[in-house]
Every structure is written in structure tokens, then in C-alpha cells.
Write a protein that binds this ligand. Structure first.
Ligand SMILES: Nc1ncnc2c1ncn2[C@@H]1O[C@H](COP(=O)(O)OP(=O)(O)OP(=O)(O)O)[C@@H](O)[C@H]1O
Ligand SMILES: Cc1cn([C@H]2C[C@H](O)[C@@H](COP(=O)(O)O)O2)c(=O)[nH]c1=O
Length: 243
């Protein structure tokens, strides 16, 4: 698969620092590849589930819009109603130690890294379908942030990748910029600031395009735009009513 090949070639040809655990990264690539190859076997019907809808609420939106806070509130409410639920995010935990490295790489390599995360999470989402997974970012983030950087006039025509399962609900949390800035300012200081977050703060056009892409071009019937300028509990109630 192109994503895996790109990442493999990249780490083969560049000098990574001591902090980058090459062996661990290779192991992750190998295990994802093994899974892909196994799925391609003709006797396995699983890959034809490529557009499988999974029991997942994917939370999307601009940096600082309140995804993690909402994820915790949803988890609490679901659990208190006796529903099994869990939290996941992309990039998934096994990739987090590599994120700083990949965030400093050229755009194509960064995107391949984020897509590797989507692939790992997609496999995880096929498990435990009796549990609702609340997911903090997924492929909609990858594609929306990627396209937000491209030329406004290029025609946008995207389809959901056949190798990724689709969440049952994709929630785009829309908030006013003043409120977003207020939330970013009060966010924990330990949160690392990505290139995109800096661009969001500095460029209104980037912000507008990202918002436009999220609302109009995520190719899923399960996308809902939710007003995030409210108390977390009220937003969570609206989402749970959609289930
Ligand atoms: N509905 C809300 N009302 C007021 N404050 C909120 C609300 N939701 C989140 N916040 C606050 O805004 C800040 C950012 O929230 P949070 O970390 O959940 O956002 P995020 O979208 O997950 O951010 P990031 O994209 O950086 O991961 C936190 O300090 C949080 O307490
Ligand atoms: C998953 C993902 C993230 N990003 C960028 C966009 C944001 O600036 C940060 C947000 O990360 P956080 O973990 O939610 O704080 O990462 C991206 O460009 N593409 C992606 O797929």
C-alpha cells in the first residue's frame, strides 16, 4: 500500500535521531501490512466491508473547539446509562512517540503518517462493536487539513477511502473564532502547538476554508454540524439524541 511504502522508504533513506525508535516503527509498519495482506486473501470477506459503518462517534473540528472535553462528557453519560463506551484518538497511542518527528517532515510524509494512524484506528474500530467508541479526530481531519492548504480554485472531489471503516456519527463542532481563541488560551500549557494550529491562529482564510471543507466536503451521510458555543453537557445531549 502506498502509505506504508512511502513511510518505509522515508525512514530507510533519512537519518532519524536517537529518540526515533526505528525498530519499533518498522514493527508497527510490518504488523499493519500483515493485516492488510491477510484481508486481501480471497477467502476473507472482511475487506469487502470497506465501507462498514462502525459503532463510533467521531468528533471533529478546529483545534481547541472542545473535542476532548466533549469526548469525556459523552463517555461519562454513556457509561452512566449502562452503555459500554471507550475513548480513542488519532494518531493512536502507539504512534504518539513518533508524532513530533513526523510533524517536522514534508507534507506528503506527514499525511502518510496521519493516514497510518487512521488505518490502525480503523482496524481497532472493527473490534468490540458492542462498545461505542468516542473518537477524537479521524480521516475527516486528515483530508480537511490537507485540502485546506491547497488552492481554493481546485475542484474538490473526494471519496471515503475504501480501506477505512466509517463512523456511525461524525460530529463537526463549529464554534465562533473568539470563543475558540478563549478556549485555546485556557487549554493546558503542555499541549504541543502544530503547524496547522499556528496557521489557524494567523490566517482567517485558512480557518474559513477548513470550516467550509468540513461542512461541505466530508463524503459521508453521517456528518452532523453541531453548535459548539454551548455548555458541554448540552452539546453531548444533542449528540446522544442522534444515536
Ligand atoms: N463547551 C465548552 N465551554 C467552555 N469551555 C470549554 C468547552 N469545551 C471545552 N472547553 C475548554 O476549552 C479548552 C479546549 O478544550 P479541548 O481540549 O477539549 O479542545 P480540543 O478540541 O480537544 O483541543 P485540541 O484540538 O487542541 O485537541 C479546555 O480548556 C476546555 O476546558
Ligand atoms: C489527526 C490529525 C491532526 N492534524 C493536525 C491538525 C491540528 O493542528 C493538530 C491537532 O491535533 P490534536 O491531537 O487534535 O491536538 O494536528 C492533521 O493535520 N491531520 C490529522 O489527521
Amino acid at each position: 500500500m502506498e502509505i506504508l511504502q512511502l513511510l518505509r522508504n522515508h525512514i530507510r533513506t533519512v537519518q532519524t535521531s536517537d529518540a526515533f525508535n526505528q525498530t519499533l516503527f518498522q514493527t508497527i509498519l510490518n504488523s499493519v501490512e500483515e493485516r492488510l495482506v491477510a484481508d486481501l486473501q480471497p477467502d476473507k470477506k472482511e475487506l469487502s466491508n470497506d465501507q462498514l459503518i462502525v459503532n463510533c462517534i467521531d468528533l471533529e473540528g478546529l483545534d481547541g473547539c472542545g473535542k476532548s472535553t466533549l469526548a469525556n462528557e459523552l463517555l461519562k453519560q454513556l457509561n452512566s446509562g449502562g452503555q459500554k463506551a471507550r475513548l480513542l484518538s488519532t494518531p493512536p497511542s502507539q504512534l504518539l512517540s513518533f508524532r513530533v518527528y513526523f510533524d517536522a517532515q514534508p507534507e506528503s510524509i506527514r499525511r502518510a503518517f496521519y493516514n497510518l494512524g487512521n488505518l490502525i484506528v480503523s482496524y481497532e474500530l472493527r473490534n468490540q462493536q458492542d462498545t461505542i467508541t468516542i473518537l477524537d479526530r479521524y480521516w475527516p481531519s486528515t483530508i480537511a487539513y490537507q485540502l485546506a492548504k491547497t488552492d481554493d480554485n481546485e475542484e474538490i472531489n473526494i471519496t471515503w477511502p475504501t480501506y477505512l471503516v466509517q463512523p456511525r456519527l461524525i460530529i463537526y463542532i463549529q464554534i465562533d473564532e473568539i470563543e475558540r481563541c478563549r478556549r485555546i488560551a485556557q487549554r493546558a500549557a503542555c499541549v504541543s502547538v502544530t503547524l496547522e494550529e499556528k496557521q489557524l491562529a494567523a490566517q482567517a482564510s485558512f480557518r474559513r476554508r477548513l470550516d467550509f471543507l468540513y461542512r461541505n466536503h466530508i463524503p459521508s451521510r453521517n456528518l452532523h454540524v453541531i453548535d459548539g458555543n454551548r455548555a458541554t453537557r448540552d452539546i453531548a445531549n444533542d449528540i446522544l439524541n442522534l444515536l
